[in-house]
Design a binder for this molecule. Sequence first.
Ligand code: UDP
Ligand code: MG
Length: 355
Amino acid sequence: MNSLVNTATLAPSAATGARLPTLLSVVVPVFNEEGVVQHFHARMSRILEDIGCPAEIVFVDDGSSDGTVRDVQALREQDPRIALLSLSRNFGKEIALSAGIDHARGEVVVVIDVDLQDPPELIREFITKWQAGYDVVYGQRIERDGESATKKVTAFLFYRAMRKLSRVDIPADTGDFRLMSRRSVDALKLCREQHRFMKGLFAWVGFRQCAVRYHREARVAGTTKFNYWKLWNFALEGITSFSTAPLKVATYVGFLTAAVAFLYLLWIVGKTLLFGDPVQGYPSLMAVVLMLGGIQLVTIGILGEYVARMFDETKGRPLYLLKDLLPAQPEPGAAADLLGVAATTALADARVPVR
Ligand code: UDP
Ligand code: MG
């Protein structure tokens, strides 16, 4: 873990001039995409040749049950740049992506869907931004072709709600299509939580990020793997992984209801003491019910606060990641061996307190 921490935090800044990456990794999750893979490979190969740097295409088979694996293997025989990871079953796109990113070796890593909804031509522009010093360059959709009005509206609302609820600045209208520098990939690899909402994690790592706006096309072939039920669960995953707002709602509703219940209790007790009550037993019964109900709601609220904190702790994310470290300048005239000590301590300190 510590070696990862060091690379993620203390790697040199990403400003690379006009140099091309030493290796470009393209990570592509595939799930039952028979026939789509060839289209993707043909178009991607042209772009990779055009970019002209060494590259690898890491296909992650997410437990396909059709001829996807066969298709990729056939392509791999012609193209030595292709790697294939096969997951033991369908784990879902987020996990497939994580597996691909874990195995990508490139100096920069591009994540893209196989269905060519996100134009691979944009990768050239991504690399230009990386050369200008950006660590994460993400595609931001201006429009979506070939998708129903309901999907567009729900996606629009989801991204806005997510931005309101979460403290992490998750960019709106942004999918997984992006380029990441080696140090941001290493940082991402430090997040090993089970419930992985990748869009949130990509944003969580920070560093210098920028958007490239583009027009989202229709699928080249095949059909979407996401129905509304899956999308709803995906939205729940996003909100519960990156926000404790729902738990806080319980707290506030609890306290509010309890406060109203206690006021009502006082009112009933006061009224009975002053004027009596014609129904025997009613005031005492109400008093007990309201008091217990109020106490329970407040207690649930308090529990919610602790659960929210435990939830954050169990994710085990690094406390922070360093973007740059400029050690303190030695005082002029200080003894040479003292300088050595000062510089080493500064570096060591920067490495240790990550978790
Ligand atoms: N995908 C995956 N595992 C799944 C579902 C999808 O690896 O369980 C892949 C799929 O093959 C594609 C990408 O994720 O490369 C995006 O899927 P899709 O195009 O169906 O999603 P949409 O663009 O409709 O949101
Ligand atoms: Mg798609």
